[in-house]
Design a binder for this molecule. Structure first.
Ligand SMILES: *[C@@H]1O[C@H](CO)[C@@H](O)[C@H](O)[C@H]1NC(C)=O
Ligand SMILES: *[C@@H]1O[C@H](CO)[C@@H](O)[C@H](O)[C@H]1NC(C)=O
Ligand SMILES: *[C@@H]1O[C@H](CO)[C@@H](O)[C@H](O)[C@H]1NC(C)=O
Ligand SMILES: *[C@@H]1O[C@H](CO)[C@@H](O)[C@H](O)[C@H]1NC(C)=O
Ligand SMILES: *[C@@H]1O[C@H](CO)[C@@H](O)[C@H](O)[C@H]1NC(C)=O
Length: 283
């Protein structure tokens, strides 16, 4: 159970010493009020700390608040594990509605109406999702997702996928690092492998997600293509995942295969020991 700290700063104006407000004027522009500047200097005089235990909300949720957004992120990862490719990566666009309910002896179930954006083609699909966070004594298990979306097939990436596959099937020599680099840049010929890293990372993020996480892939630290054992291309990736709730950067090692017909199949995923410098993506 997370403790949330609410920080309230009570402000008083100089002179009187009595509390006269608890919020700063949003568009305060001191140079615009030269005469009041000296008398009415805002200064914090009391700091109140309120500790509040986070209670899981039930019923209708505000679609733009964290509880709904965290569940939407789980849906995004699920969607990528099912439909992602080097040319198709999905991200939550908007949550329209969300509600949560306790299911006795089972866990918490969320129902969401949301839209997902395919980032390579800038196409939007509408979805309805049901996510169950199972609750079992003493064990955390991955969320279970049921999803129905319209119009996924209108994004047809079979031509570029086939040509990428042929190119790297022939020449199994690819390696790359820092996708994106510290300026947010990814070379055009490496973009498909950055996308592939996001899709493969979604398998980890889906299985690691709970109601108290919000995972994104921060960076592909490096990747190496391995000799393929069959018709699949095989890769070894080191990725850095970011949990926005705990603010942790977590390195993982992933071995997976990909082909246009079989999609992404994860063979091993392994959490790396947290390293001191993982927090700073290198140039
Ligand atoms: C503050 O107000 C002055 C005078 O109206 C204006 O020139 C200045 O750009 C404003 N500054 C900001 C940060 O809005
Ligand atoms: C994506 O599409 C939306 C509307 O469909 C448009 O407003 C937006 O500018 C597009 N973004 C890019 C990066 O093309
Ligand atoms: C996708 O496009 C290819 C040609 O590039 C075509 O052969 C294939 O039937 C299309 N698939 C779907 C599902 O529309
Ligand atoms: C891998 O790259 C090396 C040189 O960079 C080259 O000599 C070799 O032929 C390549 N291997 C394959 C399978 O293409
Ligand atoms: C890839 O990155 C990981 C984690 O940052 C590091 O431990 C590993 O040595 C790197 N491998 C290569 C080949 O650079």
């Amino acid at each position: 159970m997370t403790l949330w700290l609410l920080l309230a700063v009570v402000l008083t104006t100089g002179g009187t010493g009595s509390p006269s407000g608890t919020v700063l004027p949003e568009d305060s522009n001191t140079t615009a009020h030269p005469n009041s500047l000296m008398e009415n200097v805002w200064k914090p005089t009391v700091v109140v700390l309120v500790a509040e235990e986070e209670v899981m909300e039930t019923g209708e949720l505000n679609p733009s608040h964290y509880p709904a957004q965290r569940v939407a992120k789980v849906v995004q990862h699920y969607f990528n594990t099912r439909h992602g490719s080097p040319y198709k990566v999905f991200a939550v666009k908007k949550v329209f509605s969300a509600n949560a309910e306790e299911v006795p002896d089972s866990g918490r179930k969320y129902q969401l109406e949301l839209s997902m954006k395919e980032m390579v083609h800038n196409t939007t699909v509408a979805c309805a999702a049901e996510v169950l966070f199972p609750r079992k004594e003493g064990s955390e298990s991955s969320p279970q997702v049921q999803l129905s979306c319209e119009d996924i097939l209108k994004i047809n990436t079979s031509a570029p996928e086939e040509s990428l596959y042929q190119q790297y099937k022939l020449n199994q020599n690819l390696s790359a690092h820092n996708l994106p680099d510290s300026y947010g840049h990814v070379d055009e010929d490496q973009e498909p492998f950055w996308h592939l890293g996001m899709v493969a990372s979604s398998f980890i993020m889906l299985s690691e997600s709970s109601e108290n996480t919000l995972y994104n892939m921060a960076q592909v630290a490096n990747l190496t293509q391995m000799a393929s054992e069959n018709e699949q291309l095989k890769f070894d990736y080191h990725v850095l995942l970011h949990d926005m709730v705990s603010q942790e950067i977590i390195p993982w090692k992933l071995v997976f295969t990909w082909s246009p017909s079989a999609g992404v199949k994860v063979q091993t995923m392994e959490k790396s020991p947290n390293c001191r410098h993982c927090n700073e993506p290198k140039p």
